[in-house]
Write a protein that binds this ligand. Structure first.
Ligand code: PY5
Length: 304
C-alpha cells in the first residue's frame, strides 16, 4: 500500500509508521472491531468524500449492533475523516475508519478494554484492476457460504466477518479466478467478499435483497437510485445460482470495487463475455456522479 504522512488515532494525528497497537488488543484476538471503507474523489469542486454521512451512520449502526460505545460523535468523526485527507494533501483516496476493543483484559468478556478509533487515508486505485473495470472479471462461486445471520449480524460491517471473506477470496485466487461470489446458507446468491452483486437476466436488473444476509452497501443503494433515474427497473429479490449462470450481465458494487463488470462465473461466459450495455450505462453515470459531473447528485458529495 502507498504510505501517507499521518493517521488519526484516538483524536491525535500520528506518523504513519507510529500508528501501532498492542499485540494483546482484544480486537486482534477476537475480531471485535467494526470499520468503514470510504472514497474521496477529485471533483470539479475540489476533493470531495462520497456519501460521508451515510458511511459514518453505518459505522454507528455497526457499533450499536455490537453494543460498542464510540467515544466520538458522528460530526466529530466526519470532521476527522476530512482532516486526515487534508493533512495528507490527498485529492483522491480511500479512507478506512476502524473502531475496536483495545488493550485491557484478554478474556472474551469486554472488561476494561477501551474502544479505540483510528482513521487512515491513502491513494488506492481500482480494487479489481483498471482492466477489470473495462473488460470485466472472472469469478468463482465459493465453497464457503456467506456468514449466516443466525450466527453473526450480517448488516454490521464487523472485522470478524472478513475471516469468512478472506477464505472465499483466497480460494478463488488460488483457483485462478479474480474474485469470489458467496451464496448464503440457503444456496441463494449473496455477494462478493467485499462487494454487492447485481445481475441482468431476461432484460431485468436485479440484486439480492437485504434479507439474503448481505451487507447493505452504500454503492448498492447509489446504483439502485441511479438505475431508477435512468428508468431501468430494478428488483431486490432472492437470486438462484442458475440465474447467475444464465445472466446476460453481472457486476459488483462497492466502495473499493466501485462498479466492476463480471464477465464469467464458474467458467460460464455471461452474455458476450464483456462489459454489458446496462452495466456500462450504470458504471458511466456512477463515475460521473462520484466525480461531481452530475449536478443532480451533488448532495452525495462532501467537500474536503
Ligand atoms: N459487501 C461487503 C461484504 C463489503 O465488504 C462491502 C464493502 C460491500 C458489500 C459494499 O459496500 P459499500 O458499497 O458500502 O462499500 N467492502 C469494503 C469497501 O470499502 C472493503 C473492501 C476491501 O469496499
Amino acid at each position: 500500500m502507498q504510505k501517507t504522512e499521518k493517521i488519526w488515532m484516538n483524536g491525535k494525528l500520528v506518523n504513519w509508521d507510529d500508528a501501532k497497537i498492542h499485540v494483546l488488543s482484544h480486537g486482534l484476538h477476537y475480531g471485535t472491531g467494526i470499520f468503514e471503507g470510504i472514497r474521496c474523489y477529485n471533483t470539479q469542486i475540489g476533493p470531495a468524500v462520497f456519501r460521508l454521512k451515510d458511511h459514518i451512520k453505518r459505522l454507528f449502526y455497526s457499533a450499536k449492533i455490537y453494543n460498542m460505545k464510540l467515544p466520538y460523535s458522528e460530526a466529530e468523526l466526519m470532521e476527522a475523516v476530512k482532516k486526515v485527507i487534508r493533512v495528507n494533501g490527498l485529492k483522491e483516496c480511500y479512507i478506512r475508519p476502524v473502531a475496536y476493543y483495545g488493550y485491557g483484559e484478554l478474556g472474551v468478556e469486554i472488561k476494561n478494554n477501551p474502544v479505540d478509533v483510528a482513521i487512515a487515508a491513502w491513494p488506492w486505485g481500482a480494487y479489481l484492476g483498471e482492466e477489470g473495470l473495462k473488460r470485466g472479471i472472472r469469478c468463482k462461486i465459493s465453497s464457503w457460504a456467506r456468514i449466516d445471520l443466525r450466527s453473526m449480524p450480517t448488516i454490521a460491517k464487523a472485522t470478524a466477518n472478513y475471516a469468512n471473506a478472506t477464505l472465499a477470496k483466497m480460494e478463488a485466487i488460488n483457483a485462478g479466478y479474480d474474485e469470489a461470489i458467496l451464496l448464503n446458507t440457503h444456496g441463494y446468491v449473496a455477494e462478493g467478499p467485499g462487494e454487492n452483486i447485481f445481475i441482468v437476466n431476461g432484460g431485468s436488473l436485479m440484486t439480492p435483497s437485504i434479507t439474503t444476509g448481505i451487507l447493505p452497501g452504500i454503492t448498492r443503494s447509489s446504483v439502485i437510485e441511479i438505475a431508477k433515474d435512468l428508468s431501468i427497473s430494478i428488483m431486490e429479490k432472492e437470486i438462484a445460482r442458475e440465474e447467475l449462470y444464465t445472466a446476460q450481465e453481472a457486476f459488483f458494487t462497492g466502495t473499493a470495487a466501485e462498479v466492476t463488470p463480471i464477465r464469467e462465473v464458474d467458467d460460464r461466459v455471461l452474455g458476450k463475455g464483456e462489459r454489458g450495455p446496462i452495466t456500462e450505462k450504470l458504471q458511466s453515470l456512477f463515475f460521473d456522479v462520484v466525480k461531481g459531473k452530475n449536478k443532480k447528485y451533488e448532495t452525495w458529495l462532501d467537500c474536503v
